[in-house]
Design a protein around this ligand. Structure first.
Ligand code: ATP
Ligand code: MG
Length: 224
């Protein structure tokens, strides 16, 4: 369970997020939309504990972000907007490297299985030889190694073909429903957002996204 209350983020004198509140439950997929520069990545960085809010509070499973950072970090899987993998290492070596950094012991078979569930089968190939879409899948696989309960995905499907996007979408839905994970993810692909998300958080007061999503019958939360 994630509880955000009165969240504010300023960079110097510029207010990016203002008075943002959200209550989200395990098993939900929450979409995060808004125009370029709206503050989507900023919010995900705060939720990933990489950046601190200027004001407001965040709780995950009753842990306070300010006091229980270590516990919270163990619960978080984060895929940044820019791909973060070791290009010279193979898929296998990348998975093993991040497994060593994680809090959970996983066998190579288990690690391979995470990749295969996403239809990433180039186990012995260096990451830099993978296509952009496959690198994103690897990044997503890495974020799942330690079995996080909160998954934060910043445009995880950019550059991924439709078939793979559907596969990833189905995988994320299974993770939410069967593994009871809470997933928050951003995308500029409104069809994907409409199909995949239970609820959508719109950042920015422009009614464009709001109207679009309401028409599709989505529950929309708008924040300034
Ligand atoms: N470290 C920083 N210092 C100062 N300003 C920043 C910093 N990081 C982000 N910003 C500003 O915060 C605003 C929100 O940026 P952010 O990256 O969160 O937007 P976004 O919604 O993710 O956009 P996009 O759709 O382009 O990814 C932008 O105006 C950006 O310039
Ligand atoms: Mg962004």
């Amino acid at each position: 369970m994630l509880e955000i209350a009165g969240l504010k983020k300023k960079y110097h004198r510029h207010t990016i997020l203002d008075n943002l509140s959200l209550h989200a439950n395990q098993g939900e997929i929450v979409g995060l939309v808004g125009e370029n520069g709206a503050g989507k990545s900023t919010l995900l960085h705060i939720l990933a504990t990489i950046s601190k809010p200027t004001a407001g509070s965040i709780h995950l499973h009753d842990w306070d972000y300010q006091k229980h950072t270590a516990q919270i970090r163990k619960q978080i899987g984060f895929v940044p907007q820019d791909i973060a993998i070791w290009p010279k290492l193979t898929v296998e070596e990348n998975m093993v490297f991040f497994e060593k950094l994680s809090w959970q012991k996983k066998s190579k078979e288990e690690l391979k299985q995470i990749c295969l569930e996403m239809h990433l089968d180039r186990w012995k190939d260096p990451a830099k030889t993978l296509s952009g879409g496959m690198q994103r899948k690897l990044n997503l696989a890495i974020s799942l190694i330690h079995d996080p309960s909160l998954l934060l995905l910043d445009e995880p499907t950019v550059g991924i073909d439709l078939k793979s996007r559907k596969e990833i979408g189905a995988y994320l839905r299974r993770q939410a429903t069967e593994e009871n994970k809470l997933i928050i993810y951003t995308s500029h692909d409104m069809d994907e957002i409409k199909q995949l998300c239970d609820r959508v958080l719109v950042i920015g007061e422009d009614s464009f996204y709001h109207d679009l999503l309401k028409e599709a019958g989505k529950e929309v939360v708008v924040v300034g």
